[in-house]
Design a protein around this ligand. Sequence first.
Ligand SMILES: [Zn+2]
Length: 432
Amino acid sequence: MRNFISGCIRIGHNLQPAPPVTPSPVLDFKFAALPANPSATRPGDPSYPSSSGLARTLKPVRNPRLQGLQCLRCDALYPVTLTHSGCPACKRAGFHVALRASYLPDGVDAIPMPYAPGFTLGEGQTPMLEMPELARHFDVARLNLKDEASNPTGSHKDRMTAVGVAQALDFGAHTLVLASSGNAAVSAAHYAWAAGLRCEVATYEGMPATYTRQLDALGARRYVFADNAGRWAFVRERSQYPGYLALTNYRLPALGSAPLAIEGYKTIAPECVADAGLPDHVVIPTARGDLAWGIYAGFRDLLAAGRIPRLPRLWLVEPFPRLARVFAGGAINGSYPGHTAQFSTAGATVTYLQWQAATATGGGAVVVSDEEARAARRLLTAAGVSAELCAAGGLAALRQLRESKAIAADAHVVLMLTANASSDPSWPDPAV
Ligand SMILES: [Zn+2]
């Protein structure tokens, strides 16, 4: 039986209100001491901890039409802050729902962004690779890979980090804090270092040396925890102090990453359209859905601006059933643990972000086992493409989607190549 949930899901259908939330488990860790007076130092101060030595404008310009943060579910409007706690009104109704950036329309800017100019190290405008042999192999008319490994630190996370850094500089924050075990941590450490910000990363025991070496070299502080709940509690605690911008999720039930930062993913949509035309389907490796929601938001903006006639269907690929279980009637704030070698998409939580990205586009969830992902990675490797395992999982999902006829033979498909295999602890695959 395929663990595939078809696109028959409708907006608002089948989403179960959350049962009363069980408090997060008591966490046993000791915080490292905060800097003596973290708010006393600012970028540019002589005591500031790191500097790239490269002169760079550190004054992002906030979009004057950014009017606040709006609930994904009830549209309530809230001010932009450094913390993100979701919509309190929806929380009272049992839904843990993230906020998104809300802009006053200007009739000109199809894809409004929080900052223009913002802070950039050259992320975005990544290549769209044409894969005709793989398209024939999977029996679709056209297959593109959106090569996010071409971003400065090698993953799509740079798009989010860049906007997060811009917000930190705009708000006078001194430290990025996040929970990550891989690509997001490296991205945040690199961008923070380049911007003269501090970076604190809540991670786990056994973090691969390929990541720890980079974090150490970039001056990021690492704090080690046994599980996600511990990491998120650390970030939540830090976010209460002035001057900390929490980049990633730190709530349980999960909400997703910082709302303004997620906006950084929106530009993937116009890049796809400009480089390869409007796809019929976009296949996206997914943990908590930041990337998927950002892509959805970008296409939604293009549709609203009359630039495209329809939305592509977004297929969210996961290594074991989480969103798939929510579509089968499970509570959206349930815990759906599982083990996987698909390092970047592990985790037990589902967010409203990813639920909305799938349902609003007529897409769905696809579950891909590690073995299926490894088999797909062999095909990618043979085609000259290096992929982290969860990105190869997207190719394996394509096989399922063709077999179920959710994707037709005449379809144009884009697969998000979130990162290459170079830092993936599951690489290299065993020889077969
Ligand atoms: Zn709400």
